[in-house]
Design a protein around this ligand. Structure first.
Ligand SMILES: *[C@@H]1O[C@H](CO)[C@@H](O)[C@H](O)[C@H]1NC(C)=O
Ligand SMILES: *[C@@H]1O[C@H](CO)[C@@H](O)[C@H](O)[C@H]1NC(C)=O
Ligand SMILES: *[C@@H]1O[C@H](CO)[C@@H](O)[C@H](O)[C@H]1NC(C)=O
Ligand SMILES: *[C@@H]1O[C@H](CO)[C@@H](O)[C@H](O)[C@H]1NC(C)=O
Length: 350
């Protein structure tokens, strides 16, 4: 007899067909129920992990309401901020002109463990070719997906760059101002009061760039730079000074709605309290900042220009006469340090 024939099971008790149907149906429902539960669980999990950083763990820092626009919780794509993912970060830009002490100032900033200033990112033409390449570069930078020697660890609390006025900053001032405002970026303006000194420094530096054979350490480099004495074009001296001052004024006008502070190189050299204000402005713990960079021109101005007598005669009696005796450290009494930084919050029209 065939072992699987129906007849062989005839003797065993077999449930009637309707009961079988009901059992199968219940089993079916059970399977559906389980898998449905799993789907919803997964959904809930995905929702959580997406928002976990911004909404659940990162509490708003204890700051005045109008300051909250300026702190961010970036989520870099290239790494995790780890234990510091909820430390607020301020975006900043250091705006300056060549030969105004911004290189030295940046090394001071970068001596702070929580500040990362990433150099002249826009010295590369392709990054400033048009406004979209500028904004793309800034987006990447302020998302902390930018790596330079200045990049710190995940506990960076202020992240930015150094930007010269002639690196597209003034060419696209409207779009850039809108961006900085929308993204809550703070601006530090760093200029040099003694335009004459800056002019001499620019000339000496141009010479240095032409004389490409200069190598060696920063120190000997600085010595060679200081040895070079430029001849100033006296006939254009006053227009040059005027233009430089107008350039700075225009810049401050274009960006006066952005949260900013104005610094002068001469003030930082003279008064290191200025550096404490900078740190407060950037929202980082205040500490002593140090730089190992060598100051280039330490001698008095008359020793720096070959035709000093002509220069002196030209400026004597003009509003720029004080530049003549103006070492970086001596200053007319009316030039006070900007004790308070101006914070302007633009009101949004909805
Ligand atoms: C802007 O510049 C970038 C980089 O040079 C270029 O790839 C892009 O096509 C330019 N976009 C426009 C709109 O001109
Ligand atoms: C500064 O960095 C240190 C360690 O690198 C970190 O413990 C601290 O929380 C940071 N401070 C801020 C304000 O982010
Ligand atoms: C710089 O280095 C090159 C080759 O390494 C050398 O020929 C030249 O003399 C150096 N220049 C100075 C100013 O030291
Ligand atoms: C400026 O000019 C006046 C006279 O015009 C002269 O007495 C004075 O010494 C000059 N100052 C300098 C720094 O050359």
């Amino acid at each position: 007899m065939h072992p699987y024939s129906l007849k062989s099971s005839k003797g065993a008790p077999f449930p009637p067909r309707p009961i079988l149907v009901v059992l199968i149906a219940i089993f079916g429902f059970y399977v559906c129920y389980i898998s449905f539960n799993q789907i919803t669980l997964e959904n809930r999990y995905e929702e959580n992990s997406g928002e976990v950083q911004a909404e659940i763990h990162c509490r708003k820092p204890r700051l005045p309401h109008e300051e909250l626009r300026y702190v961010h919780f970036p989520k870099p794509e290239s790494y995790s901020r780890g234990e510091c993912s909820c430390n607020p970060v301020r975006s900043f830009v250091l705006v300056s002109m060549q030969r105004s002490g911004s290189g030295w100032f940046e090394t001071l900033l970068n001596s702070h463990p929580n500040i990362s200033s990433n150099g002249e990112i826009f010295n590369r033409v392709d990054r400033r070719e048009n406004i979209s390449s500028i904004l793309q570069t800034l987006d990447k930078l302020y998302n902390l997906d930018w790596f330079t020697s200045a990049a710190k660890n995940e506990c960076t609390a202020a992240f930015g760059l150094k930007w010269m006025l002639n690196q597209g900053f003034m060419d696209h001032h409207d779009d850039i101002a809108n961006y900085l405002n929308k993204k809550g970026v703070s601006v530090i303006f760093l200029f040099r009061k003694n335009t004459l000194r800056r002019l001499i420094s620019v000339l000496a530096n141009d010479y240095d760039r032409d004389a490409k054979q200069l190598n060696g350490t920063h120190k000997s480099h600085a010595e060679i730079l200081a040895k070079f004495k430029p001849v100033l074009d006296v006939s254009n001296l006053i227009p040059n000074i005027r233009n430089a001052e107008k350039y700075i004024r225009d810049c401050l006008d274009h960006f006066n709605t952005i949260r900013h502070m104005i610094l002068y190189y001469e003030d930082i050299v003279r008064n290191r309290n200025a550096l404490f204000q900078v740190q407060e402005f950037l929202g980082v713990p205040v500490r002593k900042l140090v730089s190992r960079q060598v100051k280039i021109h330490t001698s008095p101005l008359p020793g720096l220009v070959r035709n000093w007598d002509d220069v002196s005669n030209k400026l004597n009696g003009t509003q720029y006469a004080h530049f003549l005796d103006g070492a970086d450290y001596v200053h007319p009494p009316q030039q006070q340090l900007h004790r308070t930084y101006c914070i302007t919050v633009r009101k949004y029209e909805q």
